[in-house]
Design a protein around this ligand. Structure first.
Ligand SMILES: Cc1ncc(C[n+]2csc(CCOP(=O)(O)OP(=O)(O)O)c2C)c(N)n1
Length: 553
């Protein structure tokens, strides 16, 4: 008879899991034992459960399969909560396996005991506690199903340590198989009829388009039907940004005249997006609850359709399947849309425009971003942390699939290094870049130890402005002159990163940018480029007179 731990591993294997991220703990030793005997799943030992959780989320984003994170009870699970949050916000399937106290101690306030259904009640799609070895199959099946069906998300399974080692009362572990989705021909014809008469149609593409097949289908559909494409919040990488059919991103940076023009569209086809608050500009575009134009909403979870917006046609289907079927229909010549396409096609360039700048307190990070563009390879995966500096690349660079912008929609700071590690493990031959601020590096940077251990050739561009810059900006906007809790006294990043085995570089003056980046990007090793970054440049955009004299940062 297999043990419970053995059935768990078999079922993970059957769901395509080949890697798991963890910080070890005394509460799930039988699982570690089983993983070592099988050697079918690459166990990545992380340094903090937050890093492990974010790596598992990043890996799920990269593969489309469930990310797996294993942590110890109580404190381990508490640290991993950020991964659960990111999976929920980013709609990523995640299994968080938590070692739990022995079953005889449950609900008796045992050492490090937590009731995970309460702890994760607002973020996990489902939590379960496996306190009977005969239930291992249905708990694991349900977990795999819930994590991947409807709106994908996180599932937490507590595994009491004694149960893991017991026999599972089944000769062979069952295999988990996903269900299939579909779109019928008559619905496609109805949508086609709307598109054929639309003069100003728009596609809004979201996270479910992020896998390579769905992106290719999006491109094919947009081309076949000549419909401009907007991407949802932070999904710049779904469609080639320099393409005439790219109409921009819906997020923080839209200009009022862009939004006004989007409102004039006479058909919106939203595919693979929940149409959340940031994408819809606070539920104003499309207008909630009744959009001003016909709305087609395609999403894999029926629970997300018709919630904030009443669609004319709602389709429960994966983005990939819908877009493939839609692209394969035979578009008949429709109205002339050339003016509409031409006008929207300029919006991206207007958002991306960036000039070189001079600053009294360091290098304007935009100058680095401008120079870096030439080194970002066509296959690059860029892991981006929170903050004003890292964000500059996604705003000002023209993304072209298969390039990947690996950044959490959840805005979880500390993501940069874990995300890059997961990407470098998954795609050893692709270029992996990490864009990060000094705050983000000190929050998640301990996972550099994993990067060094696995010899991962990540190029890290660190914007050191000695500040939680993004928060300082917000604070100054609301309370001019304030800086409390945003000023950072930093360690020597050259020494710190060298201690992790990084090849290190520093850019202190503008005239070092070109030569340092040329050298750093020609190195295939774990590399850190510290840019002594100006904060004044960012602040000056708010209120030039007030901040230029501020020498305290
Ligand atoms: C886990 C987490 N904690 C706090 C925040 C709030 N937050 C967003 S950006 C930011 C500052 C980022 O600072 P840094 O990494 O130095 O980048 P900068 O903005 O200076 O470029 C903070 C604290 C967050 N998004 N996530």
């Amino acid at each position: 008879m297999p043990t419970v731990a053995s059935v768990i591993v078999s079922m993970l294997e059957s769901a395509g899991v080949d890697r798991a991220f963890c910080v070890s703990g005394e509460s799930y030793l039988a699982l570690l034992n089983e993983l070592e005997s099988r050697a079918t799943i690459d166990v990545v030992t992380c340094r903090q459960e937050g890093g492990a959780g974010m790596m598992a989320v990043a890996d799920a984003k990269l593969t489309g399969r469930p990310g797996v994170c294993m942590v110890s009870r109580g404190p381990g699970a508490a640290n991993a909560a950020i991964g659960v949050l990111a999976a929920q916000q980013d709609t990523v399937p995640l299994l968080l396996l938590v070692g739990q106290v022995e079953s005889t101690l449950l609900r008796r306030d045992a050492f490090q005991e937590v009731d995970y259904s309460k702890f994760f009640s607002g973020t996990a799609k489902w939590t379960a506690e496996l306190n009977d070895p005969r239930r291992v199959h249905d708990v694991m099946s349900r977990a795999l199903h819930i994590a991947q069906s409807g709106t994908p998300g996180p599932v937490v399974i507590a595994l009491p340590e004694d149960i893991l080692a017991l026999e599972a009362d089944m000769a062979q572990a069952p295999v988990w198989r996903p269900s299939r989705d579909s779109v019928d021909q008559s619905t496609l014809e109805e949508i086609a009829a709307l598109v054929r008469k639309a003069e100003r149609p728009l596609i809004i593409a979201g996270g479910d388009v992020a896998n390579p097949a769905a992106r290719a289908a999006l491109y094919a559909a947009a081309m076949a039907w000549q419909i401009p494409v907007l991407c949802s919040f932070r999904r710049y990488d779904l469609f080639p940004n320099a393409h005439p059919l790219f109409a921009g991103e819906l997020g923080f940076f839209n200009k009022p005249h862009h939004i006004a023009r989007y409102h004039e569209s006479d058909l919106v086809i939203s595919v693979g997006t929940r149409l959340g608050d940031l994408t819809t500009q606070g539920y104003t575009f499309p207008r909630s609850p009744n959009p001003a134009q016909p709305l087609v909403h395609v999403y894999r979870d029926p629970a997300m359709i018709g919630v904030n917006f009443t669609p004319d046609i709602g389709v429960v289907c994966s983005a990939e399947r819908f877009l493939r079927a839609f692209a394969d229909m035979h578009p008949k010549a429709g109205p002339d849309r050339s003016r509409w396409i031409l006008e929207l096609g300029r919006f991206r360039a207007e958002i991306a425009e960036l000039q070189r700048a001079e600053a009294p307190d360091g290098v304007a990070f935009g100058n680095v971003v401008l120079e870096m563009g030439q080194y970002v390879k066509p296959d690059a995966i860029v892991s981006m942390d929170a903050g004003i500096s890292a964000a500059m690349l996604y705003r000002h660079y023209n993304w072209t699939p298969p390039q990947l912008l690996l950044t959490p929609i959840a805005g979880t700071m500390g993501w940069g290094i874990p995300g890059a590690v997961a990407a470098a493990l998954r795609f050893p031959d692709r270029q992996i870049i990490c864009m990060i601020g000094d705050g983000g590096l000190l929050m998640g940077g301990m996972e550099l130890a994993v990067a060094a251990e696995r010899k991962l050739p990540i190029t890290i561009i660190l914007a050191n402005n000695k500040s939680y810059g993004a928060i300082r900006l917000n604070l100054e906007r609301e309370y001019p002159g304030r800086q409390t809790a945003t000023v950072l006294h930093n360690p020597d990043f050259q020494q710190l990163s060298a201690a992790f085995g990084c090849k290190t570089y520093q850019i202190i003056n503008d005239d070092e940018i070109a030569s340092v980046l040329a050298s750093a990007f020609s190195t295939r090793a774990l590399t850190l480029v510290e840019v002594r970054t100006s904060l004044q440049v960012a602040l000056a955009k708010l209120q030039p007179a007030a901040v230029v004299s501020d020498a305290s940062v």
